[in-house]
Design a protein around this ligand. Structure first.
Ligand code: ASP
Length: 339
């Protein structure tokens, strides 16, 4: 009898220790994430995942542009503006730069044209606005915001979206505005290699204002050599963008189809809201565990209402930056910068 008890005890102890090891492994997997967690963040941006390292001669320009976007977001918050105003302002800075795949620097589709996607979300009331396939908005993020504020809809697409923008005073440009030599070369290379659609340099922002309201925004030209009419995750609320004061604000970048199928952004927010996971755990779980088996890589920036921030990615790099409450600025262009 005693022998049986001893055996049972042994089996019990063994099972318990296995469980502890398993749980620890789960946690250490997450904390080994190359995207560092950070607290006291009020504003953050990203400039896309998977773009490899920045050429040395462009590094200063990247850092300066990202820093001015961060400054712009912080300025809005410091001067009493809302998190929604802050994310729009910062994304506009990135859209106006030829460095990023959004606005001015948008990639070419298979017909050598540009179709731009963007979305914005207010975490206070879950209002959202999005535009898919804009061909003329200088700042698609402003068009998305206008759709949120001035229409009863969440998303408008194509010519009708641009017409709506025009009627509401959103600045429009002709397609040649978006031309850059770099994107043209990428299209030519993709055509030569008969490569599928690829792209880097999508931009996004997340913000937390002093009232405790979160907001998120994302803007992109999509993927080089994408089919005409293709819409990625960036304008899809719940996939590329999401904000909920009870969860997190998220902006994603990566292979859009996978982020849509994996409902990436809303999953992260839901894990925080319902499972009480930390931002870092939730974001890593989706980016590193859920999405890769679906066939795609990328990264996100995620921020909760307490200022906890995470930027996990499954690509070699994610360009991102953040500002803390104390005014500490950080721009990350490679895992080296995170050390
Ligand atoms: N997610 C974007 C898209 O699929 C591309 C990117 O983030 O690089 O349109």
């Amino acid at each position: 009898m005693r022998k049986r008890w001893n055996m049972l005890l042994l089996v019990g102890v063994l099972a318990l220790s296995l469980m502890v090891v398993g749980a620890n492994q789960g946690i250490s997997d997450v904390s080994a994430s190359n995207g560092k967690g950070k607290s006291d963040v009020i504003f953050a941006i990203h400039g896309g995942a998977g773009g490899g390292t920045v050429p040395e001669e462009l590094e200063d320009e990247y850092r300066e542009t990202m820093k001015s976007a961060l400054k712009e977001g912080k300025k809005v918050i410091d001067s009493g503006g809302s998190s929604v105003q802050a994310v729009e302002a910062a994304v506009k800075v990135l859209e106006d730069s030829p460095l990023f795949n959004a606005g001015k620097g948008a990639v070419f589709n298979t017909d050598a044209e540009h179709e731009l996607d963007a979305s914005i979300m207010n975490g206070e009331n879950l209002q959202a606005g999005a535009v898919a396939g804009s061909r003329h908005a200088k700042n698609p993020i402003t068009l998305a915001r206008m759709i949120m504020d001035e229409s009863p809809h969440v998303m408008l697409a194509g010519d009708a979206a641009d017409q709506f923008g025009m009627q509401h005073g959103v600045k429009m440009v002709t397609q040649d505005y978006y031309f850059t030599e770099k994107r043209w070369k990428s299209l030519m290379e993709a055509k030569k290699k008969k490569a599928g659609a690829t792209g880097h340099g999508t931009v996004g922002a997340v913000a937390l204002d002093p009232k405790g309201n979160l907001a998120a925004a994302t803007s992109t030209g999509g993927l080089t050599n994408k089919a005409v009419g293709r819409v990625g995750d960036s304008p899809i609320i719940g996939a590329g963008t999401y904000a909920n004061n009870d969860g997190v604000a998220v902006s994603a970048t990566g292979k859009g189809e996978v982020f849509i199928r994996g409902t990436a952004a809303v999953d992260i927010s839901a894990l925080v809201q319902y499972q009480k996971m930390s931002v870092k755990e939730a974001a890593s779980k989706v980016v590193k565990e859920k999405l890769p088996p679906l066939g795609g890589t990328g990264g996100v920036i995620a921020l909760d209402g307490k200022g906890n921030f995470a930027a996990p990615y499954s690509t070699p790099t994610l360009f991102y930056g953040y500002v803390t409450k104390k005014g500490e600025f950080k721009v990350v262009l490679s895992p080296e910068d995170e050390k």
